[in-house]
Design a protein around this ligand. Structure first.
Ligand SMILES: Nc1nc2c(ncn2[C@@H]2O[C@H](COP(=O)(O)OP(=O)(O)OP(=O)(O)O)[C@@H](O)[C@H]2O)c(=O)[nH]1
Ligand SMILES: [Mg+2]
Length: 187
């Protein structure tokens, strides 16, 4: 299974490349790769900068620039060699192999997209996406309808519930304040 990590955002809240900020002295991206490796070493990073060149995984640039995570997923799927794809954002340093396996194992074959849902929200950037949804993604980009939630509602999708106890694993860290809190509370 192809795994794609989206590293193409503007990091405007973090103000430095989000995938490379440190949690427990290790860049976020390396935490994520570590969680992924027991599942697949077929990893590609969707990034528009050279900041990730030190990592020995394939880097690909957004085919259509500035289309947000949806555009990143589009690029990931165009380059993917497998029908089924695990898509991850670069700002989830607490993600674990176990929870990713839970997603993969619960992905029903009669659904196209599978994403986690907790009590508050859906997590579209920890998800299973098939190559066959590429035309739907392209259409969304063409009409500039870039909201992930809107996109998901337009495809056959499965919401996989997660318990409150596991919620922290999904924490996405967007700002310096959130990063400081993470490093203070959880290290
Ligand atoms: N490839 C690609 N990934 C993107 C793009 N925009 C956002 N992402 C990724 O999508 C995930 C979630 O995006 P955001 O939380 O909005 O990240 P961001 O845009 O870098 O940060 P903000 O500027 O603070 O919103 C992160 O992994 C980003 O790297 C894009 O245009 N291209
Ligand atoms: Mg953003």
């Amino acid at each position: 299974m192809q795994v794609s990590i989206l590293c193409g955002g503007k990091s405007s809240r973090m103000q430095s490349e989000k995938g490379l900020v440190l949690y427990q002295n290790k860049p976020f991206i390396e935490h994520i790769i570590e969680a992924v490796l027991p599942i697949s070493s077929n990893i590609q990073l969707v990034t528009n900068t050279n900041d990730y060149d030190y990592l020995a995984y394939r880097k690909i640039k957004d085919i259509i620039a500035d289309k947000g995570p949806l555009g990143g997923i589009y690029t990931a799927l165009v380059h993917s060699e497998t029908e089924m794809n695990l898509i991850l954002s670069c700002d989830i340093p607490l993600i674990s192999t176990e929870i990713l396996l839970e997603l993969i194992e619960n992905h029903g074959t009669n659904f196209d997209v599978s994403v986690f849902k907790d009590n508050d929200r859906i997590h579209p950037l920890i998800g299973i996406y098939p190559k066959k949804i590429l035309p739907v993604l392209k259409e969304a980009i063409d009409v500039n309808e870039l909201k992930m939630m809107r996109f998901i509602s337009n495809v056959k999708h499965q919401l996989i519930p997660i318990t409150d106890a596991k919620r922290d694993l999904f924490k996405n860290i967007n700002s310096v304040a959130e990063l400081n809190e993470l490093n203070t509370n959880l290290s």
